[in-house]
Design a protein around this ligand. Structure first.
Ligand SMILES: C[S@@+](CC[C@H](N)C(=O)[O-])C[C@H]1O[C@@H](n2cnc3c(N)ncnc32)[C@H](O)[C@@H]1O
Length: 443
């Protein structure tokens, strides 16, 4: 199916901004605009399995199909996504019977991806049993105080600062009852799907603004939050999707793997086979912290215990700018060291360091980390390796960061050829922000 897609429909309504275009021309990269429809997370929300988790910065399954076709990938290839997020690339590959390996540093997203690859024929009736027992438990504890209920069910409050700002006490009580119930041995066979359900429901039931890429508190809302309905709706979706997985697709169960791995060192991945192609989207240098944005779930789903754990992972993440990452980058009040070979490539440095040393250090740490990743990627590339890195340009303290051309140069420095840069779309409603794919190869 993926071989029949049309490539490169030109997008007449999307004239590329002059500065963005002339930057690519100045660096002599071949580029083209293309329209493959909505490439945001939203289309994934309408496709089976992909909709089991809503990660707003994820790309659409259509992006994956586009590149599988572009690179002429078949079932003998091995696809890698070193920044797998909620797992879009590897899920789509598994649907098509293509072996895939994902890496993800955030334990919550890692488990989300792994759980989304399990397509077992399970006893669908267990979903109804769980919902029924949940209904009874919620009725039983309905009028009781959260602290009494927690003692009774042997659970603790999530170890997150200002916990009742995240969830109203009665909502949190219901969520914790649902979480503890999911651990009962009779639901072991569907635990994976209950985990996914609570992972999504705990966010849907939080006091936060919805439909925003970043989470922020919605302190004064009057929404009626009904935990049971959220759980029930999610389980119905999973049931529908599990039933819709074809016999052939079911045979691919387990073909995709996602590892909890720091992609700054791909050599440590121990991949059994050489990689044919990469289809990925690393973080952008725009200060979006995946750890910060997923921390209510990281703590509710008991992925992290101590409060400091989240900020330690953010420091190791590419593009992490929260907590420890900021204190480390501010320390010494100076520009972080860069290797000589990157000095000319990181062309934003003189202007940005003048405007904000911290922003300059954020951007520089970001590119240093990508340099580490690309250098180590060479160790696992197969013959005729191809790669697509979807990135966005950014603006920090009013200074343009042309991620796509900087990344292209870093690839060049590491012995990869850049075929072209494909510009997909403007993003975020803001002018001059684009999403593009840097397409590379290595013989
Ligand atoms: C743009 S998101 C990827 C979204 C993905 N394409 C999808 O559709 O879900 C980038 C991901 O890279 C992960 N990441 C950041 N630094 C990493 C590192 N050093 N190693 C592995 N993953 C990392 C982030 O946690 C985040 O999930």
């Amino acid at each position: 199916m993926y071989q029949q897609m049309t490539l490169f429909a030109e997008h007449p309504d999307m004239p590329i901004d002059t500065d963005f275009r002339s930057n690519m021309e100045r660096h002599r990269y071949r580029f083209r605009e293309t329209d493959i429809g909505d490439i945001t997370f939203q289309t994934g929300q309408r496709e089976s399995v992909h909709r089991w988790y809503r990660l707003t910065p994820s790309f659409s399954p259509g992006v994956v199909r586009f590149f599988l076709s572009y690179f002429d990938i078949d079932r003998n290839s091995v696809v890698l996504d070193p920044f797998s997020g909620r797992g879009t690339t590897i899920i789509e590959c598994q649907k098509l019977g293509i072996p895939g390996i994902g890496c993800e540093i955030n334990p919550l997203l890692h488990k989300t991806g792994v759980s989304s690859l399990i397509w077992k024929l399970c006893d669908i009736g267990l979903f109804d049993n769980y919902a029924e027992e949940l209904r009874d438990s919620l009725d039983k504890y309905g009028k009781k105080d959260i602290h009494d209920v927690l003692k009774k069910i042997g659970a603790e409050l999530p170890n997150i600062h200002d916990v009742f700002r995240w969830w109203k006490p009665d909502v949190l009580k219901d969520l914790l009852i649902a979480r503890e119930l999911s651990k009962k041995s009779e639901y072991k066979k569907i635990y994976n799907y209950l985990w996914l359900c609570l992972n999504q429901t705990c966010l849907d039931c939080a006091n936060i603004h919805r439909n925003h890429p970043t989470i922020s508190f919605d302190d004064n809302h009057n929404r009626n939050i009904d935990v049971f309905s959220c759980v029930n709706d999610f389980l119905s979706t999973v049931k529908t999707d599990l039933k819709s997985i074809t016999k052939e697709e079911r045979l691919f169960n387990g073909l995709g793997k996602i590892k909890l791995h720091d992609s700054k060192d791909m050599g440590l991945l121990n991949a059994e086979e050489k990689i044919s192609c990469v289809i990925t989207s690393p973080p952008y240098p725009n200060r979006f912290s995946y750890i910060h944005q997923t921390r209510p779930q990281l703590y509710f789903m008991e992925m992290l215990k101590e409060r400091k754990d989240a900020t330690e992972i953010d420091l190791e993440s590419i593009g992490g700018t929260w907590g420890r990452a900021t204190s480390v980058l501010t320390k010494g009040d100076r520009l972080i060291d860069i290797p000589d070979e990157l000095a000319d490539i990181l062309s934003y440095i003189p202007r940005l360091r003048e405007k904000s040393l911290l922003m300059c250090n954020y951007a520089t740490k970001y590119f240093l980390n990508l340099h580490q990743h690309i250098r180590s990627l060479k160790k696992i590339c197969g013959k005729n390796f191809r790669g697509a890195y979807v990135v966005g340009n950014s603006r920090l303290s009013d200074v343009e960061i042309y991620t796509e051309t900087i990344l292209s140069k870093i690839f060049g420095l590491n012995g990869f050829d850049v075929d072209e840069i494909i510009v997909f779309r403007k993003r975020g409603g803001r002018k001059k922000l684009y999403e593009s794919a840097v397409c590379v190869r290595r013989s």
